[in-house]
Design a protein around this ligand. Structure first.
Ligand code: HEM
Ligand SMILES: *[C@@H]1O[C@H](CO)[C@@H](O)[C@H](O)[C@H]1NC(C)=O
Ligand SMILES: *[C@@H]1O[C@H](CO)[C@@H](O)[C@H](O)[C@H]1NC(C)=O
Ligand SMILES: *[C@@H]1O[C@H](CO)[C@@H](O)[C@H](O)[C@H]1NC(C)=O
Ligand SMILES: *[C@@H]1O[C@H](CO)[C@@H](O)[C@H](O)[C@H]1NC(C)=O
Length: 357
């Protein structure tokens, strides 16, 4: 500042203070751009090959959410499952994957909404119609999760792009091994997420995804029956017992009672009031290692938003395929080598090529 003291004109001062304001407003960007990028991903991957990509997705999802905001939660969870099981490679979408569209019987079967799969393939169709088959399903899933957060009232952030779609199915075992159970305590969460290079702050911030969406009774009934979890608020527990009269009831309830459809920091306020739905949620406040992080997010929404973005960008780069690895699927549910439509199209082309000879 000292260098400017010889120019005390009002306009310069206004200019300086607006610069200060601007750099202050961009503070959150500085945070997320400081997340190191995996080799092969970039902030501008489709800038020339599909410049309309992000606006196509944003526009369609805004329409979808206007009809049913619940779909935002389904899409956010889909990206989480994709990244945790075998990396963000769209393996979660494959027919034949343990949590993919054809195997909803494999646990965790209650969690993924079938519409989420349909929305992704609908977006893929729109994007490929505009740009050709150049954008991966894994990138579409990551962008749909970002828009789900933003369009529900959360922070907007840039997504590193350039993921390729995987060729391997996610097995029942890898799905079970990689997705923490809602009955997990904080010790288990910290240990499991540490294997993915996510620390305690990431664990608390990412769990904030539960600020939107719903859960089934079977995901938390063990906290009600046969004995009530002592860390639950009494009135909250009483209401949950009405929603879930038995432990195998197939009813659902919201994850964040204060603002179930809004992406905000109220999830952490719930935890401070012993109104977290799953053990994995409430124990973040019970455990002294994470309690203060919960409190800090409950008190400061901007802090939560900044940390959530940082942690999402970390999660979104878990063992991604890039460059010549994997493929760009023409149908998000089917590997290209299993896609009869592609095979017949190629065969027809081959025949045409032969008849020209
Ligand atoms: C930390 C460990 C986590 C556990 C144990 C967990 C567990 C669960 C469970 C059991 C459900 C409800 C399934 C059902 O009963 O229908 C659920 C829903 C949900 N989860 Fe998580 N989750 C975790 C992390 C995450 C992360 C990292 C995100 C995203 C950033 C996320 C986003 C969601 C959303 C949005 C829903 C609601 C889905 C809907 O309404 O369709 N979760 N989670
Ligand atoms: C979910 O999977 C579990 C374990 O395999 C099974 O017992 C249960 O019936 C399944 N539920 C649904 C709704 O498919
Ligand atoms: C957390 O859960 C694990 C597995 O159920 C258990 O062994 C451990 O004792 C629990 N830790 C705490 C602090 O409750
Ligand atoms: C619960 O399950 C029963 C029997 O499987 C079914 O008839 C009913 O429609 C389900 N209810 C809900 C809300 O999904
Ligand atoms: C093949 O094309 C038909 C008709 O367009 C479509 O319904 C089907 O889903 C496609 N199958 C695959 C594997 O892409």
């Amino acid at each position: 500042m000292a260098g400017f003291t010889s120019f005390p004109s009002a306009s310069v001062l206004i200019w300086i203070s607006s610069l200060l304001l601007a750099s202050y407003a961009c503070a959150s960007e500085a945070v997320y751009y400081s997340v190191p990028l995996v080799n092969g991903l970039s902030w501008s991957f489709y800038e020339s090959s599909c410049p309309k990509l992000e606006s196509i997705i944003r526009k369609k999802l805004a329409k979808v959410f206007k009809k049913d905001i619940g779909q935002a939660a389904g899409l956010l969870r889909l990206h989480f499952h994709d990244c945790f099981v075998q990396g963000c490679d769209a393996s979660v979408l494959l027919d034949g994957s343990a949590s993919g569209p054809s195997e909803k019987d494999a646990p965790p079967n209650l969690s993924l909404r079938s519409q989420a799969f349909e929305i992704i393939d609908n977006l893929r169709e729109r994007v490929h119609k505009k740009c050709g088959c150049v954008v991966s399903c894994a990138d579409i899933v990551a962008l749909a999760a970002r828009d789900s957060v933003y369009l529900s009232g959360g922070p907007e952030y840039d997504v590193p792009l350039g993921r390729r779609d995987g060729l391997n199915f996610a097995t029942r075992e890898t799905t079970l091994d990689n997705l923490p159970a809602p009955s997990s305590n904080t010790s288990v969460l910290l240990t499991e997420l540490a294997t993915k290079n996510l620390d305690a702050t990431d664990v608390v911030a990412l769990s904030g995804g539960h600020t939107i969406g719903i859960g089934h009774c079977t995901s938390f009934a063990s906290r009600l029956y046969p004995t009530q979890d002592s860390t639950m608020d009494q009135t909250f527990a009483k209401n949950l017992k009405e929603i879930c009269p038995t432990s195998d009831s197939n009813a659902t309830t919201v994850l964040d009672i204060r603002s179930p459809n809004k992406f905000d920091n109220k999830y952490y306020v719930d935890l401070m009031n012993r109104q977290g739905l799953f053990t994995s949620d409430q124990d973040l406040y019970t455990d002294s290692r994470t309690r203060e992080i919960v409190t800090s997010f409950a008190l400061d929404e901007d802090l939560f938003f900044q940390q959530f973005v940082t942690s999402m960008i970390k999660m979104g780069q878990l063992t991604v395929l890039t460059g010549g690895e994997g493929e760009i699927r023409a149908n998000c549910f089917v590997r290209n080598s299993d896609n009869v439509n592609l095979t017949s199209a190629v065969e027809e082309e081959d025949q045409e090529a032969h008849s020209e000879l």
